[in-house]
Design a protein around this ligand. Structure first.
Ligand code: PLP
Length: 462
C-alpha cells in the first residue's frame, strides 16, 4: 500500500472526526453565509504527483473551494425547487459512503431489502397501492425518463411490436399530450427516441391556471382516431404549483387508450397534509409516477423514486442479462429496473429521515413551507414595486415587477437579490411575462427567514 494511503488508513477515525468538525462548522454557519457566490472560481491546480493525504486535502478544500460554495443547504436558498438535507438524512448519507454497497442486486447484502422497505414507505406516504412497485433513481428527470420508457414499451404492446428489440422506430410517430410539462419531459422524449417535437401541449384552464383543460385533453385524444398515446399529467407545476385533475384525467381511460404518467416531482408531497392531499387525489390511478426526494423530502442530492404498475414492461426495457448478473426473476434485482447497473444506496438517507421524523415530521416541513410561501406572497403583494404573477397555491411564490417587467429588468432584480447575499431566487417566464420564483422546500426555513427575504426585497431600489 502507498505509504500516504497506509497512513490515512491508520488515522481513519481522526480523519472522520476532522470531516465531522468541518461539516458541523459549515452547517452551523449556513444561516449567515452569503446564500450564493457570484465571484470567479479559482484557476485549476495541476494534478498532484504526490498526494497530501486526506487531512491535507481537507485543508486545501477548506482554503480554495469551500468559500465559494453556495448556501443551498440553508434556509434562504429559494431558487429552483431545492430541498436541504435533514440531520438524519445526512447521517444516512455518510453511512452510505462508509458502507459503499452496490445495490444492483440482492446478492450478499441486505442493502437491497432496505431499499425495498424504503420504497414501500414512500409508496404509502404518497397513497399508492400494492399495484405500484418502485425503485430509487438519481432525480426526477431520470424518474420521468423511466416512466416514459415503460410507457413506450406499453405502446409497443398495444401496437403489437417489441420496442425493446426493434427500437422506437417500430412504433412510428408517438403522441404525447400534456398541459404544462416540465422541461425534463421533452428531454426524456429525446433520450427515448420518441422525439422532443412529439410533445403536444394541450391548452390549460382559463383564469391564470397551469392545469390542463381536461375537456380539451379529451378532444385531443378523440382526435387520435383510436391510436394509443401517452398522457403526462402534472402534479405541481414549477411556476405556480398548479395540479392537473388526476381523477378526471384517469377517467378518460374509459373512452381512450393511453398510458398515464404523473410528474409529481415535488407536488406529490401534498399527499402528506390533509389540507392539501386532495390536490393529488387520483395519483394511484397513474400507470407511472415520478417523485423527487432531494426536493421536498430534504435528503441530499441525488435521489428520486419512480413507480409503475407494469414492472414486467419495465424489466423488458431495462433488463441486463448476462451469465454473471443472472436473468431477471419474479422479483427482479434493481439493475433490471433502472438505467444504472451499479447503484449507490440512495435509499439509506431517505430511510433515516423517514424513520427519524416519520409522517408527522415530514408533514410539518411541508405545511410550514406552504405557510411561509403564503407569508412571503402577502408581503410581496403589499409592496408597490412588485406584484404576484399568480396566486400562491402551495410552496412557490411567482412574482414580477409592477412596472415594465422586461427580461432585462427582471434579470437585474434576480442579480440584485443574489448580490445581497440574503436569498437566491431564480427567473422564469410565466404567461409570457418574465418573473421570479421563490420556492419553499427547505426544512430549515423559518418565519424569520421569510421576513428577512421580504425586508431585502423591500430595501432594493426598484
Ligand atoms: C425538479 C423537477 C424535475 C426535474 O428534477 P431533477 O431532480 O432536477 O431531475 C421534473 N419535474 C418537475 C415538476 C420538477 O419540479
Amino acid at each position: 500500500m502507498h505509504p500516504t494511503l497506509a497512513d490515512d488508513l491508520a488515522r481513519l477515525p481522526e480523519l472522520l472526526q476532522s470531516a465531522r468538525d468541518f461539516a458541523a462548522r459549515e452547517l452551523a454557519g449556513v444561516d449567515e453565509r452569503p446564500v450564493v457566490h457570484t465571484g470567479k472560481a479559482p484557476d485549476h491546480d495541476p494534478l498532484p504527483a504526490d498526494g497530501t493525504g486526506a487531512e491535507g486535502a481537507l485543508a486545501r478544500f477548506a482554503e480554495r473551494w469551500a468559500p465559494g460554495f453556495s448556501g443551498s443547504a440553508g434556509p434562504r436558498y429559494l431558487g429552483f425547487v431545492t430541498g436541504g438535507a435533514t440531520p438524519a438524512s445526512v447521517t444516512g448519507d455518510w453511512l452510505t459512503s462508509a458502507y459503499d454497497q452496490n445495490v444492483s442486486g440482492a446478492a450478499g447484502s441486505w442493502a437491497t431489502a432496505l431499499e425495498r422497505e424504503t420504497v414501500g414507505w414512500l409508496s404509502e406516504l404518497f397513497g399508492l397501492g400494492e399495484a405500484h412497485s418502485g425503485a430509487f433513481v438519481t432525480g426526477a428527470t431520470v424518474s420521468n425518463t423511466v416512466g416514459l420508457a415503460v410507457a413506450r414499451e406499453w405502446l409497443g404492446e398495444r401496437l403489437g411490436v417489441d420496442v425493446s428489440r426493434d427500437g422506437a422506430v417500430a412504433l412510428g410517430p408517438v403522441d404525447v399530450l400534456s398541459g404544462s410539462p416540465h422541461s425534463s419531459i421533452t428531454k426524456a422524449l429525446s433520450v427515448l427516441g420518441i422525439g422532443r417535437d412529439r410533445l403536444r401541449q394541450v391548452p390549460v384552464l382559463a383564469g391564470n391556471r397551469e392545469a390542463v383543460d381536461v375537456a380539451r385533453l379529451d378532444a385531443a385524444l378523440a382526435g387520435l382516431g383510436g391510436r394509443p398515446a401517452i398522457v403526462v399529467a402534472n402534479a405541481g407545476t414549477v411556476n405556480t404549483v398548479d395540479f392537473d385533475d388526476l381523477r378526471a384525467i384517469a377517467a378518460l381511460k374509459e373512452r381512450h387508450d393511453f398510458w398515464l404518467h404523473v410528474d409529481a416531482a415535488f407536488g406529490g408531497f401534498a399527499a402528506l397534509s390533509p389540507a392539501y392531499a386532495h390536490l393529488v387525489d387520483g395519483l394511484d390511478a397513474a400507470d407511472s409516477v415520478c417523485v423527487d426526494l432531494h426536493k421536498w423530502l430534504n435528503v441530499p442530492y441525488d435521489a428520486a423514486v419512480q413507480f409503475t404498475r407494469r414492472r414486467d414492461l419495465q424489466t423488458r426495457v431495462f433488463h441486463n442479462s448476462s451469465p454473471y448478473l443472472g436473468l431477471p426473476t419474479g422479483d427482479p434485482d434493481f439493475l433490471h429496473l433502472t438505467p444504472e447497473n451499479s447503484r449507490r444506496l440512495r435509499a439509506l438517507p431517505a430511510w433515516f429521515s423517514l424513520l427519524a421524523y416519520g409522517r408527522a415530521g415530514h408533514r410539518e416541513i411541508v405545511e410550514r413551507n406552504v405557510a411561509l410561501a403564503h407569508r412571503l406572497g402577502e408581503g410581496i403583494a403589499a409592496l408597490p414595486a412588485l406584484r404576484l404573477s399568480a396566486p400562491v397555491r402551495l410552496n412557490v411564490v411567482c412574482f414580477t415587477l409592477s412596472e415594465n417587467p422586461t427580461q432585462e429588468r427582471v434579470a437585474a432584480l434576480a442579480e440584485a437579490v443574489a448580490a445581497s447575499g440574503e436569498a437566491f431566487l431564480t427567473p422564469t417566464v410565466y404567461d409570457g411575462t418574465p418573473a421570479l420564483r421563490a420556492a419553499f422546500s427547505n426544512w430549515r426555513t423559518s418565519g424569520a427567514d421569510t421576513d428577512r427575504v421580504l425586508a431585502m426585497l423591500a430595501s432594493l431600489p426598484l
